[in-house]
Design a protein around this ligand. Structure first.
Ligand SMILES: NC(=O)c1ccc[n+]([C@@H]2O[C@H](COP(=O)([O-])OP(=O)(O)OC[C@H]3O[C@@H](n4cnc5c(N)ncnc54)[C@H](OP(=O)(O)O)[C@@H]3O)[C@@H](O)[C@H]2O)c1
Length: 279
């Protein structure tokens, strides 16, 4: 599994990690086994959130005894992101995750509490060692500018945003902003949540052709495209251990410039739109 520095944190993080939204919905034992298989295969970047029901409890079981291997991320809901509320939400997540620290703590999306208060809480948590770094999620460039003005350069570790082959809006402004400020971009829903291109579509056929040339799969090719630049990471969610194995293998795949160009052409990013798409 390829690893690279995540933003300006000093941590080398797996380029393909593991999401956990809805991972608490099926059989708990197999969800834990799937996450642990992912850790075995190097997918040690684990993303969860207070919003995801019991997902933090599933993650707690999966990382039991292996905490130091993991780059553990959770998120505060915007309605909880006041100064005191952020600290309290973090402490609840730490208790559910049965750990003493998060490697990165994110504001799940922009809300109504002043960003100054959320940033102050993040800094309090960082100084006390309850979080190692912090970042944001679903932030467009205006909101990123606002956080930068409050926190200063180097403070935002990452921006976690919707990014998959059929939704490339962040390429217009968000990725360039993050690259120029040393902020990692973490692609969520990298398979489109539930709408991966079928082999019957033009795009799906191109993915399959490229995959066959590498002895790989279309999803592996898609993941590799999404992490093709140094600032980019992806966090597919898979509760099925076979899916986990497939996704992990994308971390070692290399695509040629010509293959990246073919994918770029068949999944056009489209014109710039107002607002940031999110799930
Ligand atoms: N910050 C935010 O606002 C935000 C929003 C959405 C998501 N997220 C994060 O991003 C993570 C990923 O996004 P997501 O869960 O929305 O969707 P996703 O990762 O794009 O897709 C998940 C779906 O793909 C299936 N899948 C995974 N690997 C597969 C494979 N190799 N072959 C076939 N099917 C496969 C999964 O099935 P199985 O589970 O059955 O394996 C699941 O149904 C989330 O879990 C969450 O941690 C963050």
């Amino acid at each position: 599994m390829e690893r690279r520095p995540l933003g300006r944190t000093t941590r080398e993080v797996a380029v393909v990690g593991q999401g956990t939204w809805y991972i608490d919905q099926g059989d708990r034992g197999s969800a834990v086994a799937a996450l642990r298989r992912g850790l075995d295969l190097g997918m040690t970047h684990v993303d969860t959130a207070e919003m995801y029901g019991d997902a933090e409890l599933v993650v707690a079981d999966a990382i039991q005894g292996r905490r130091d291997e993991v780059f553990l991320v959770s998120k505060v809901l915007p309605q909880n992101a006041s100064r005191a509320g952020t600290v309290a939400a973090c402490e609840r997540s730490l208790a559910r995750l049965r750990t003493d620290r998060l490697d990165c703590y994110l504001l799940h999306w922009p809300g109504n509490h002043p960003l100054e208060d959320t940033v102050a809480a993040f800094e309090t948590l960082r100084r006390s060692g309850k979080i190692v770094s912090w970042g944001v999620s679903n932030f467009d460039v205006d909101a990123l500018d606002a956080v930068l003005a409050i926190a200063g350069p180097g403070a935002i570790a990452c921006n976690q945003v919707l990014y998959h082959l059929q939704e490339r809006a962040i390429e217009h402004a968000v990725i360039p902003w993050c690259e120029s400020h040393g902020v990692a971009v973490v692609a969520y829903s990298p398979f489109g949540h539930d709408s991966f291109p079928t082999p019957r579509s033009a795009g799906g056929r191109v993915l399959q052709e490229i995959a066959e040339r590498h002895g790989a799969t279309s999803r592996q090719v898609a993941l590799r495209f999404l992490v093709r630049r140094p600032a980019l990471f992806a966090i597919p969610k898979a509760a099925d251990p076979a899916h986990v194995g497939e996704n992990a293998a994308a971390g070692g795949l290399q695509l040629t410039d010509a293959e990246l160009a073919r994918i770029d052409a068949v999944f056009p990013r489209g014109p710039r739109r107002r607002g940031l798409p999110m799930l």
